[in-house]
Design a protein around this ligand. Structure first.
Ligand code: ZN
Length: 208
C-alpha cells in the first residue's frame, strides 16, 4: 500500500514550527526555499485536521534538511526537531493518547515501559490512519519496542549511507521521556534510504 497523498494540515504545521524552533526563522525559510516549498514561507499550513496538505511536502521538508546539512549534520537538528514536534503536539493537545493520566511516581520502571508499549500502539495506529494504514508493522518483544515503516514518509526518494529518519527517533525519545520520566535508548536500525526494505525503529526497555 502506498502512502496517502493528503495528510492533515497540522502535520506540516508541526514540522515547520518545530524546525523554526530549532533553527530560527531564517533556518526554516532557507530549508523551505531549498526544498521547493516556497509557498509555505511565512505561510505555514493551519493547525487543523483538514486533509489539504500533500504528504510529499512533509517528506520534502525532512529530506531537504538531509540534503542541505548532510547525513551527519542533519542528525542532531532532526532529533531536536522530532523532540520539539512531540512537545508542541503534547502542549497543544494534552489529552491526546491519554498520557497525562499516568502517575509516573507510583509505577515501577517495568510497568512504565509496558505502558509505553501500549501508548505507542495507539500512536502507531493513529499515524497509520494519517499516513497509510498498511505502512506500519509492529513486533512483539518484551525487552524492546520495535516497529517498521515502509514505505517511509521521512525518507522516500532519498539515498543515504546511514539511517536518516532522525525525526522519528526524536519523536520517540520525547514520547518515552514523558511516559517513563527518564531517557532511554532509541535507534533506527534499518532505513530504506540506505537500501533496507523498511525503516526500523527500536525503543529499548531501560536497564534498571
Ligand atoms: Zn528511514
Amino acid at each position: 500500500m502506498p502512502l496517502k497523498e493528503k495528510v492533515p494540515n497540522q502535520i506540516l504545521y508541526l514540522a515547520c514550527t518545530a524546525v523554526e524552533d530549532v533553527m530560527g526563522k531564517n533556518g526554516i525559510n532557507s530549508i523551505l526555499n531549498y526544498s521547493g516549498l516556497q509557498k509555505y514561507i511565512g505561510n505555514y499550513p493551519p493547525n487543523d485536521l483538514n486533509l489539504e496538505t500533500d504528504s510529499i511536502d512533509f517528506t520534502k521538508l525532512a529530506t531537504g534538511l538531509v540534503k542541505i546539512m548532510g547525513e551527519g549534520g542533519s542528525r542532531s537538528l532532526m532529533l531536536r526537531g522530532g523532540i520539539t514536534g512531540f512537545e508542541i503536539m503534547h502542549r497543544d493537545f494534552p489529552s491526546l493518547f491519554n498520557i497525562d493520566g499516568l502517575k509516573i511516581e507510583e509505577r515501577t520502571p517495568d510497568k512504565l515501559f509496558d505502558e509505553l508499549i501500549r501508548i505507542k500502539g495507539i500512536m502507531i495506529a493513529a499515524a497509520g490512519g494519517l499516513f497509510g494504514e498498511d505502512i506500519y508493522k509492529r513486533e512483539e518483544r518484551t525487552d524492546q519496542l520495535a516497529y517498521e515503516i515502509g514505505p517511509c514518509f521521512w525518507c522516500r526518494g532519498v539515498k543515504a549511507k546511514t539511517p536518516i529518519c532522525h525525526g522519528e527517533i526524536g519523536f520517540n525519545i520525547a514520547t518515552a521521556r514523558l511516559v517513563l520520566g527518564r531517557d532511554t535508548e532509541v535507534e533506527e536500525t534499518h532505513c530504506i534510504a540506505k537500501g533496507d526494505p523498511a525503516c526500523r525503529f527500536v525503543i529499548h526497555r531501560p536497564k534498571a
